[in-house]
Design a protein around this ligand. Structure first.
Ligand SMILES: NC(=O)c1ccc[n+]([C@@H]2O[C@H](COP(=O)([O-])OP(=O)(O)OC[C@H]3O[C@@H](n4cnc5c(N)ncnc54)[C@H](O)[C@@H]3O)[C@@H](O)[C@H]2O)c1
Length: 303
């Protein structure tokens, strides 16, 4: 039988490996014979991984330490770890979702990957509108260091709601991936994004609280009538980094069971087509979020 995916003995690095889509990706890669280096701040309980590396990706020093434990040659990278912003501050959310992926790519993938290498970032349909807001992202995606990103996002981190860090970080990541697809494409390394719609993972409750109910969340899952499961997001990521996709680079692969088509055809409102950095919008959003948090507390609901 031919091994179409070509993962046998490949060095694969997966972030977010302890739960949801990342864990499902690790399981598939192990089954396909890859050597998996699993990164997460929580334990990854998957049998037969090559190594679990505990690391808080919102801390640069921990990333440096993690990559000192990974071989000099990397075949495939899966940047899947992420935070919704519901329980973490703006800085932590943004750095985990964007800055870590930028830093890893420029410092550890660019020089450790060779022709045939491949990268997939897990962004989100929340970042779908990145092409409309390139001006907002430019100052971030052109930064080359961790510290530069901290500097250009400092004001936002102090003033915008942390859930806005989610949308902005995902837009920045999609934008950055497009730039890297061009940059790294010159040396034969492919770069793609998977943009998941609503999925039943460790993050589900946080998104559910944001939209108010499970039905609200299912309504964001296109025409499926249910949430996706973690494997349904892992499969496209495993595909994109495999030898089944050797001519695919620079793709935003939206995995949302037609949800985006509904928005595109104006059959559904697109609530994501707003600025992620405009100070007035950020202020209004912060006020609204504070008000709904107060209401929830008053009605005795746990936040
Ligand atoms: N679940 C959804 O509906 C949905 C939709 C669109 C995009 N996404 C994206 O999918 C990706 C995977 O998330 P998931 O839905 O599987 O959720 P999940 O919570 O099940 O998994 C996220 C993983 O990331 C890890 N992580 C979080 N912060 C970290 C940090 N600072 N350092 C190291 N590890 C950290 C967590 O420990 C966890 O194992 C995320 O990037 C998320 O933004 C999720």
């Amino acid at each position: 039988m031919k091994d179409y995916f070509g993962y046998k003995d490949k060095i694969c690095v997966v972030t977010g490996a302890a739960s949801g889509m990342g864990k499902a990706t690790v399981e598939m890669l192990v089954d396909l014979g890859a050597k998996v280096y699993a990164i997460d701040m929580n334990e990854c309980n998957v049998d037969w991984i090559t190594k679990f590396i505990k690391c808080d990706l919102s801390k640069k020093e921990e990333i440096d330490k993690a990559f000192s434990e990974i071989p000099d040659h990397i075949d495939a990278f899966f940047g899947i770890a992420g935070l919704s912003g519901a329980k973490t501050d703006y800085r932590t959310t943004f750095d985990c979702n964007y800055t870590a992926n930028m830093y890893i790519t420029l410092n550890y993938l660019k020089n450790r990957m060779t022709k045939g290498g491949s990268i997939v970032y897990c962004t989100s349909t929340a970042g779908l509108e990145w092409k409309k807001f390139k001006k907002e992202q430019n100052k971030v995606v052109n930064c080359k260091t961790w510290e530069e990103v901290q500097k250009v996002t400092e004001k936002l981190a102090n003033n915008a709601p942390s859930t806005f860090a989610y949308m902005y970080s995902k837009r920045c990541l999609s934008h950055f991936a497009c730039m890297q697809a061009v940059e790294l494409g010159k040396v034969g390394i492919r770069v793609n994004n998977v943009l998941p719609g609503s999925t039943n993972t460790g993050m589900k409750q946080e998104f559910q609280d944001m939209v108010g109910s499970e039905e609200g969340l299912i309504a964001e899952a296109g025409l499926a009538g249910r949430l996706a499961n973690s494997e349904e997001m892992a499969m496209p990521m495993v595909f994109l980094n495999s030898e089944m996709a050797t001519f695919i680079s620079g793709l935003d692969m939206v995995v949302d069971f037609s949800d985006t088509c509904l928005k595109e055809l104006k059959l559904k409102k697109n609530l994501e087509a707003i600025s992620a950095t405009n100070p007035i919008i950020c202020m209004i959003a912060k006020k609204m979020l504070n008000k709904s948090a107060k209401n929830a507390l008053n009605s005795g609901k746990e936040e």
